[in-house]
Write a new protein. Structure first.
Length: 342
């Protein structure tokens, strides 16, 4: 079958297909608000600082406003502990007591739990802002969506951490060693909801940091550290009796939800977006580029032969008068005179 073409009044070729489907049935890029959302832009520092500060304030406000349903939280903790025992993964008690016997190690883990959760996460955000501005917004969306869905878990499933369980003899390592390592221990316990252990955002955030570093870092040692960070965090949350293993599974589920939201919003995961993007503000304030100057026309070439070259010709009787010259041209040599007949 031949291709039917439509010739316009301007004499162009085949008319463009007005269907939303492109060649070979592929969908065309989104337009309108969705296209503007998916277009990577350079983040603005003042907006990002304000957004992070307000978001964490709202997160803390909602998390701590969830009713502390102590009875339900204790019942849920007993159910999870029994479920882990049936599955053969209830090792939290042994890890908690073993690490607690090494004072310097457990004290270090207490401070690890209290500080790196925020320090490393903010550090990765700054690194993304400086080195991967085109991927920053999508990666930040993953983190924010992960944290937002965790609030739903805190509200629907109150859960006591192992250290607050009755009769299971878990050790609250912060209280025993008198270190500052948990917002839910000591005098700080009134500032935080103690029964918001499921899901674990220590795991959700550390996994986000580790996967981001592993996917985007250019040096192998940084990739290795990125994978070690959430693994070590998992050991810390169990050794300090702040979470069950299954709390970590809940944090992983929240992170997967965050990646899904970013994929729907930006059409790709952060790694699939460009690393660098132009600065819209610089382009808007830059002066317009001067129009290029057209090249000067070349002079017309003459078709006449070049003039003959002049040079002095010696006289047979001696040098001629000064300044005398002769025109030399390419001419046939005179033929020799015929010999006289005998």
């Amino acid at each position: 079958m031949g291709e039917t073409t439509v010739t316009t009044s301007e004499g162009r070729g085949p008319a463009e297909n007005s269907s939303p489907m492109g060649p070979a049935g592929r969908s065309t890029p989104p337009t309108g608000p969705l296209r503007r959302l998916r277009t990577p832009r350079r983040p603005r520092i003042w907006f990002e600082i304000l957004l992070i500060a307000v978001s964490y304030w709202v997160y803390s406000l909602i998390r701590n406003a969830v009713p502390e349903q102590k009875a339900q939280a204790m019942a849920n903790a007993d159910w999870i502990w029994e479920a882990e025992q049936r599955l053969g993964i209830a090792v939290e008690h042994g890890v908690n007591h073993a690490v607690n016997s090494v004072t310097w190690l457990i004290v270090g883990m207490n401070y690890y739990y209290a500080t790196l959760h925020f320090v490393v996460t903010l550090g990765v955000l700054v690194w993304l802002y400086r080195r991967h501005p085109g991927r920053y917004a999508a990666a930040r969306t993953v983190l924010f969506a992960t944290t937002a869905v965790a609030l739903v878990g805190y509200y629907l499933y109150p859960l006591a951490p192992p250290r607050l369980m009755n009769g299971q003899h878990f050790i609250d390592t912060v209280l025993v060693h008198q270190t500052w390592g948990s917002m839910a221990s000591g005098d700080l316990k009134h500032m935080s909801n103690q029964y918001a252990a499921m899901p674990s955002m220590h795991i959700g955030w550390s996994l986000w940091c580790g996967l981001t570093i592993f996917a985007l870092a250019s040096v192998p040692w940084a990739k290795v550290l990125g994978l070690l960070y959430p693994a070590l965090t998992l050991v810390v949350i169990v050794a300090t009796a702040n979470h069950f293993w299954l709390d970590a599974v809940g944090g992983l589920a929240c992170l997967l939800f965050g990646y899904l939201v970013a994929r729907l919003c930006y059409g790709a995961l952060p790694k699939g977006l460009p690393q660098q993007v132009p600065d819209d503000r610089r382009e808007a304030t830059a002066p317009p580029a001067a129009a290029p100057t057209p090249p000067a026309p070349e002079p017309a070439r003459s078709t006449e032969p070049p003039p003959a070259e002049e040079h002095p010709v010696p006289s047979p009787t001696g040098p001629g008068p000064r300044g005398a010259t002769a025109l030399t041209r390419a001419s046939p040599e005179p033929s020799p005179a015929p010999a006289p007949e005998s």
